[in-house]
Design a protein around this ligand. Structure first.
Ligand SMILES: [Zn+2]
Length: 340
């Protein structure tokens, strides 16, 4: 059966009924399978149950989607290109279930999926046809069914995966099998599915380039602080004032506004501190210098209350930045008018 893709605005407003009783009951029970059977037997005994699932794993060569109807032991398996997201697979599985319904049009159906995001998308009036054409296609079929078979009832129901619900276990196996087969339908993958792949590639290339640069650009920063395990800078989500982030970054790069650093780039001729100590660097200013001793005791005391014990060295706090310690140090720098 070919359900043509059209995109009438009214079709996009078509919604499936959502079964919500199970979600509420499921939260308070350890017997999901029994609760599920109860609801099906009491509320939906005259309905045909269809299970859908999508499967994606790094171990599989493709992405799988399946729908399974126990009553007539009917299975549809669809293999999608490996770039497809698991959400796309869940959509394709639901699409397959709706096509099955369109062909049979018995009387009433419950479609069970373990994809909460799919149920939420189906429940949402927001339409983003440019993001995922499968949702458009699903809504078109629903709309067509409502027009052609107004009495036909379709409920969509979220169920938990791997909780012993037999139909779910079965469709999970079918989707996995589909993911291990050759692509059997020419399916365009929504362009948004490609974004995580691009991001992965960009991150990998960036790390490669940074590591290459580290080999000739002074390795101190890379050896001490660089980490390829995160795609965010260390200050992401830390909510620090900008000036604090700036001086911490300056210290981590070992280029900051004290004579030890300035001498290296010939801005000053001498590294000697006002107090007479030969090297004016950050550790001297924080822990030793007599010019900054007025607020030192307070800083050291505060560090002590955070269970940070001496001997102190700034490098220790900069490594995977210790924000608590750095905030205390920030306060000390402000009180001493030290602008790094
Ligand atoms: Zn000094």
């Amino acid at each position: 059966m070919a359900v043509e893709i059209f995109c009438y605005y009214t079709a996009q407003l078509a919604q499936l009924k959502i079964e919500s009783e199970f979600i509420t009951k499921w939260r308070n029970t350890a017997h999901s399978s029994e609760v599920f059977q109860d609801i099906i037997q009491n509320k939906y005994h005259r309905y045909k149950v269809i299970y859908t699932d999508g499967s994606k794993s790094v171990n599989f060569p493709a992405v799988g989607a399946a729908c399974f109807t126990p009553e007539d032991n009917h299975t549809t398996r669809i293999t999608l290109p490996k770039q497809a997201s698991v959400f796309t697979a869940e959509c394709v599985a639901l699409e397959a279930a709706l096509k099955y319904i369109y062909r049979h049009q018995d009387n009433a159906y419950v479609v069970c999926t373990d994809s909460l995001s799919l149920v939420q998308t189906m429940d949402s009036p927001r339409i983003k046809p440019h993001r995922n054409r499968h949702i458009v296609s699903i809504k078109n079929i629903v709309h067509k069914l409502k027009e052609e078979a107004p009495g036909l009832e379709i409920i969509i129901m979220w169920i938990p995966s791997h909780k012993g619900i037999q139909g779910n276990e079965q469709v999970d196996r079918e989707a996995k099998e589909a993911a291990q087969s050759a692509v059997n339908v020419v399916h365009t993958v929504p362009h948004t599915d490609i974004f995580p792949l691009l991001k992965q590639k960009i991150t990998k290339n960036t790390h490669k380039e940074l590591t290459r640069q580290a080999s000739f650009k002074g390795g101190a920063y890379f050896n001490k602080y660089y980490s390829d395990s995160s795609t965010h800078p260390w200050f992401h989500n830390k909510k620090l004032p900008r000036h604090t982030t700036v001086w911490i970054n300056r210290l981590r790069s070992n280029h900051y506004n004290l004579k030890a650093s300035l001498k290296r780039v010939n801005i000053v001729q001498d590294t000697r501190c006002q107090c007479g100590f030969p090297v004016e660097d950050i550790d001297h200013m924080l822990w030793d210098c007599t010019c900054t001793q007025a607020h030192r005791q307070e800083m050291v005391q505060q560090l002590g209350t955070k269970r940070l014990t001496p001997p102190y060295k700034i490098e220790k706090f900069l490594k995977s930045p210790n924000i608590t310690a750095l905030k205390i140090i920030d306060d000390f720098l402000c009180k001493n008018n030290l602008n790094l």
